[in-house]
Design a protein around this ligand. Structure first.
Ligand code: CAA
Length: 406
């Protein structure tokens, strides 16, 4: 670039300076109409309930109604954010998912329509298993550094589905987290550097022709632990904070006990003691929502953040560590600092309502919902009206999903 061009650019550009802080300005989540308690699953398959409650650390799993999917959940999570802040400044919507409903069209385009966002918006879908939402967050941060007047709506939405009667079945769940990412955020400032890790492993995957994921359970746990070690190594080499600087850690939680396994592994591999009281203190509050919702795949690490912010006494100025893992595998470790005044912007009551409003169902109803599929021959099909949420999947016609706003 010539000197004269460079100087023109520097006087006209809206690009941020190095001091611009960017991060999560608002966070809201939604989950499903129904919930299956693990006691019902255990009674059906004869499992000792301690394996679910203690062994994997799960109490119940969110189950989508026939007229719910990643779009209705994503729109329900994002609607309160648009209601509070308006759409001004939102020029990008990034939808992260690994339970995509279309190979071409981004699910975020339906959400954009249901929320009535302006046409001058960029909408895209991102995928890398449960890591997708973190890729979306980093994408958003990059865009905002380029123009700090813009905001990015990140929507992470997933329905986790394994084969009936498989070991993975007890780790299903469903939820969506929406985050408004902006300059000068009200909740959490996201910091540089990030620790990165990628390895080509077949621990969990879902070929295009399958509805339920394939998984090698023990391999997946080992792959996750390897990624924890790899991201931390890179984070340290990039000049990140020391381990003892963090007051809490939000891990991806396929089941809540995995966060404990991961944190002990991190402490061990970094040469620290794995004192159980300290481990519980670092993780305990982050597991409250995941333990009753189940695996929400790419939303899971941010449900951990919601649970932490909603329950902790005061985290002002505290650094929180994030470990985002997506099978296959890609992982990232990064830090965020909680912003003064954050508690005035939380949605704790709405989050509790989202969990408590779910209707408990028995094993037979859950099984019937699990086995349900939409027609694939282009015929017209109306879905039963089951959800009481703000958006529903009304049916499918000519291979097109039809959504309704209540
Ligand atoms: N009381 C207390 N604990 C008990 C118990 C009882 N009665 N019975 C068993 N347990 C314990 C076991 O000792 C074990 O604990 P440890 O792992 O600490 O040893 C735990 O309960 C689970 O028991 P098993 O290992 O025997 O369980 P399993 O083989 O049936 O399945 C699983 C466990 C592999 C996690 C399975 O649920 C699965 O495949 N899940 C899906 C894959 C997954 O979630 N992988 C996580 C990493 S990959 C990832 O994070 C990405 C993603 O989202 C998928």
């Amino acid at each position: 670039m010539s000197t004269s061009t460079a100087s023109t650019a520097s006087t006209t550009s809206t690009a941020s300076t190095a001091s611009t802080t960017v991060g999560i300005h608002d966070l809201s989540f939604a989950t499903t109409e129904f919930v299956l308690p693990h006691t019902a699953l255990a009674e059906y398959n004869g499992t000792e309930i301690g394996k679910y409650h203690v062994g994997i650390g799960q109490q119940s799993m969110s189950v989508p109604a026939a007229d719910e999917d990643i779009v209705t959940l994503g729109a329900a999570a994002a609607a309160p954010i648009v209601a509070r802040h308006g759409a001004d400044g939102i020029r990008t919507l990034v939808f992260a998912t690994e339970s995509s409903i279309d190979q071409a069209k981004a699910a975020g385009v339906y959400v954009h329509s249901l929320l009535g966002l302006p046409s001058a918006t960029r909408v895209v879908e991102l995928k890398q298993a449960c890591y997708g939402a973190t890729a979306a967050l980093q994408f958003a941060i990059g865009l905002i550094h380029r123009d700090p007047s813009q905001k990015v709506l990140v929507v992470a939405s997933d329905v986790s589905k394994y084969e009936l009667d498989s070991p993975g079945e007890a780790t299903q769940g469903a939820a969506a987290v929406a985050m408004l990412v902006s300059a000068d955020p009200a909740l959490v400032r996201i910091e540089d550097p990030s620790g990165l890790f990628t390895a080509d492993v077949m621990d969990f995957w879902r070929p295009n022709y399958r509805d339920a994921a394939l998984v090698d359970g023990q391999e997946s746990i080992g792959a996750y632990l390897q990624a924890v070690q790899g991201t931390w190594k890179d984070y340290s080499e990039q000049g990140g904070r020391p381990l003892e600087a963090f007051s809490a850690f939000c891990y991806h939680q396929p089941f809540t006990k995995m966060a404990y396994k991961a944190h002990r592994h991190l402490l061990n591999s970094a040469g620290h003691d794995t004192d159980e009281t300290a481990v519980k203190q670092a993780l305990g509050l982050t597991t409250a929502y995941n333990a009753v919702i189940g695996n929400s795949y790419t939303a899971s690490v941010y449900l951990g953040l919601a649970a932490l912010l909603d329950q902790a006494e005061d985290l002002t100025g505290q650094p929180v560590g994030f470990l985002s893992y997506g099978s296959g595998s890609v992982a990232e470790f990064f830090a965020g600092t909680v912003v003064p005044g954050y508690r005035e912007h939380l949605r704790t009551a709405e989050h509790r309502t989202a969990i408590e409003r779910r209707q408990a169902i028995g094993y037979d109803r859950y099984r019937a919902l699990h086995e349900r599929t939409l027609p694939t021959d282009g015929s017209d099909h109306a879905t039963p009206a089951e959800t009481t949420g703000p958006f529903r999947l009304a049916g499918i016609s000519g291979h097109k999903r039809l959504y309704e706003k209540r």
